[in-house]
Write a protein that binds this ligand. Structure first.
Ligand code: HPA
Length: 266
């Protein structure tokens, strides 16, 4: 077992969470809803990524959310930080090693679909890895040929949709397209994304989905829309806007998860 997994197991004591959530930019508020929370800074977990992106805390929070024993990764590292698409691999391997089975990925994203507005939430039905990178490049075993036909677990997606109905929150569905970032897209790239079948664009999540499937985790993902894609309105895009807008959709996503999570773990 890796040093990260040993350290995490140590800190978890008797807890055996089967569900882990990765929080996107500006979505840290979910942590405040965790009951009996234990905070474990990434720096105490060898191999966990220390991200310098503002809006990302850098800790694992263990505790109870909607009656479900969960681990929350508050803070992720992005491909654009050091050009390493596999930067989250040690952390995800540690989750797997301590018994996590379900990986719930969240992100802040730009909408390229006029019907999905800022402040709204989109369930990720599928993705397009447009950055050209892949976290499994260099993996020497045949396990690298991961099937991605049902990358986003159909049953977990159903649970999310039922959760949204119970929470009385709208939950869009769509395709998330991964751009490397860190610069935002151009208007031409946003038009291309739409033509190619995307509903939202962002700079994360896809590497973790690929790694999660590689590790045999069941993956579910949701995007909180913080803005329309470049050129869809007159406005320039900024990370400040992402951080300011994320909590609006983030609160909706939290209410959806409160109803969906208890159905995940069964
Ligand atoms: N593009 C890429 N990533 C993003 C965006 C966007 O418009 N908004 C939030 N994250």
């Amino acid at each position: 077992m890796s040093a990260a997994a040993d350290a995490l197991r140590d800190r978890l004591g008797a807890r055996r969470p089967r569900v882990a959530l990765v929080l996107g930019s500006g979505l840290g508020a979910l942590v405040r809803e965790v009951e009996d929370a234990h905070h474990i800074p990434y720096r105490d977990l060898p191999g966990f990524p220390v991200s310098a992106v503002s809006g990302h805390a850098g800790e694992v929070v263990s505790g109870w959310l909607a009656g479900v024993d969960v681990l929350i990764l508050s803070g992720r590292i992005h491909y654009y930080e050091a050009g390493n698409a596999a930067a989250m691999r040690p952390a995800l391997e540690a989750l797997k090693a301590v018994g996590v089975e379900i990986l719930c990925l969240t992100n802040a994203a730009g909408s390229v679909n006029p019907a999905i507005a800022p402040g709204e939430v989109m369930l990720i039905d599928d993705h397009i890895a447009f950055s050209g990178a892949n976290p499994l490049i260099g993996e020497p075993t045949d396990a690298r040929f991961v099937g991605m036909t049902s990358a986003y677990d159909p049953q977990l997606r159903e649970a999310m949709l039922r959760g949204a109905i119970k929470a009385e929150e709208a939950l869009h569905r769509g395709v998330y397209m991964w751009f490397s970032g860190p610069s935002f897209e151009t208007p031409a790239e946003i038009r291309m994304a739409r033509v190619l079948g995307a509903d939202a664009v962002g700079m994360s999540t896809v590497p973790e989905t690929i790694l999660g499937r590689f590790l045999g985790l069941r993956v579910v993902g949701a995007s909180v829309v913080t803005n329309f894609g470049a050129g869809m309105t007159g406005a320039e895009l900024s990370h400040t806007e992402t951080k300011d807008m994320a909590p609006i959709g983030g609160a909706k996503l939290a209410r959806i998860l409160a109803h969906a999570l208890p159905e995940f773990a069964l």
